[in-house]
Design a protein around this ligand. Structure first.
Ligand code: 5AD
Ligand code: FES
Length: 347
């Protein structure tokens, strides 16, 4: 690809052909890589300035009825030390987070049948009553349309549900037969129609993933137009069938963040914990590649290492206050500032 065409292509990435996307994704040309990240960073700066939104992550249950081959809290991992937070514990995480400047809370957990619509609605209503100025995000997997509606009515604003891979065959290599890409996409459609701000995304470098699969991921996201996009490297967990597989790479994750930022300039894109886990400066590099969100952990320190989706997860020994201050300093060093804001999607 001739140099002078970079800017033209980068500014029209949402319209680029699959073969152009592929060329950018796999280029060994370091100049093109650098130009891509620079263009993406400029796009994020134009959209959000040097402001970074924070989301307080509350990992409230590691029980899960599913058995995804990549995930450390899969139901057949009988070595996982299971826990559930109760309503009071969750409310106290939120109160703590509010004091620290968080205005979005993310309730994330495995697919845990204990948390029925009734139980969850009660918790959602209580959080919204205590913090009416905050946004509430759910990340609790596949549920029925009725369930999504009930939780939205209770006050949930946003929902994170990664599609994991846009290719049905690849999907079946990562998940048991009980799960399907078709149902995942059906859930995403329901969530959007109900009115949630929706996030989707995928793991970079997951086992059996091909370059063409990644192009399918980009095209699916470009078409679905989620408000949020979460991507991070796959990292093996020692008690899963994928224990011997390789992690996704920093470079490929950064390149994909940059491409997604250029395709969907307004999307809220986190520099994920997994990115910070494969490289000590992974989150900073994610921000410099066009991400604009970080999701520090607000879970009680007691449970953090138990919420183990992959090995060597960072921040499992730190207090919430330490994490937010650590991130604030890290981001200041690269010229960015954490803000006290719900950080809603701006149309
Ligand atoms: N490595 C990286 N990310 C993982 N996730 C689950 N297991 C792993 C792993 N081993 C991601 C999935 C899920 C999100 C909550 O965490 O993409 O959607
Ligand atoms: Fe948790 Fe740095 S963000 S310790």
């Amino acid at each position: 690809m001739p140099n002078e065409n970079y800017d033209n292509i980068f500014s029209n990435l949402a319209e680029a052909s699959a073969s152009n996307l592929k060329e950018i994704l796999i280029t060994p040309d370091q100049k093109l890589h650098d130009a891509l990240l620079a263009a993406s960073r400029a796009t994020a700066l134009k959209q959000f300035g040097n402001k970074i939104y924070i989301r307080g992550l509350i990992e409230f249950t590691n029980y899960c009825k599913n058995d995804c081959y990549y995930c450390g809290i899969r139901c057949s991992n009988n070595k996982a030390n299971r826990y559930r937070l109760n309503k009071e514990q969750i409310l106290s995480c939120c109160a703590n987070g509010y004091e620290l400047g968080f205005r979005t809370f993310v309730l994330q957990g495995g697919e845990d049948p204990f948390f029925s619509d009734e139980v969850l609605a009660d918790i959602i209503i209580a959080i919204k009553k205590n913090h009416p100025d905050c946004a509430l995000t759910l990340s609790i997997g596949e549920r029925s349309l009725e369930s999504y509606e009930a939780l939205f009515t209770a006050g949930a604003d946003r929902y994170l549900l990664r599609h994991e891979t846009a290719n049905p065959t690849h999907y079946s290599l990562l998940h048991p037969e009980t799960l399907s890409l078709a149902n995942r996409l059906h859930c995403l459609k329901n969530l959007k129609e109900i009115g949630y701000q929706v996030g989707t995304g995928f793991m970079v470098g997951s086992p059996f993933q091909t370059t063409d699969n990644l192009i399918e991921d980009l095209l699916l996201i470009n078409k679905f137009k989620p408000q949020m996009i979460g991507i991070g490297p796959f990292i093996p967990h020692h008690d899963t069938p994928f224990r011997d597989k390789n992690s996704g790479t920093l470079q490929q994750t950064l390149r994909l963040i940059a491409m997604l930022r250029l395709m969907l300039p307004k999307a809220l894109i986190p520099a994920t914990t997994a990115l910070g886990t494969i490289d000590p400066c992974g989150r900073e590099q994610g921000i410099l590649a066009g991400a604009n969100v970080v999701m520090p952990n607000l879970s009680p320190v007691m449970v953090r290492s138990k919420y183990s989706l992959y090995d060597n997860k960072i921040c499992t020994g730190e207090e919430a206050a330490e994490c937010i201050n650590c991130l604030r300093t890290r981001l200041q060093k690269i010229g960015y500032e954490i803000v006290i804001d719900r950080g809603d999607y701006q149309k």
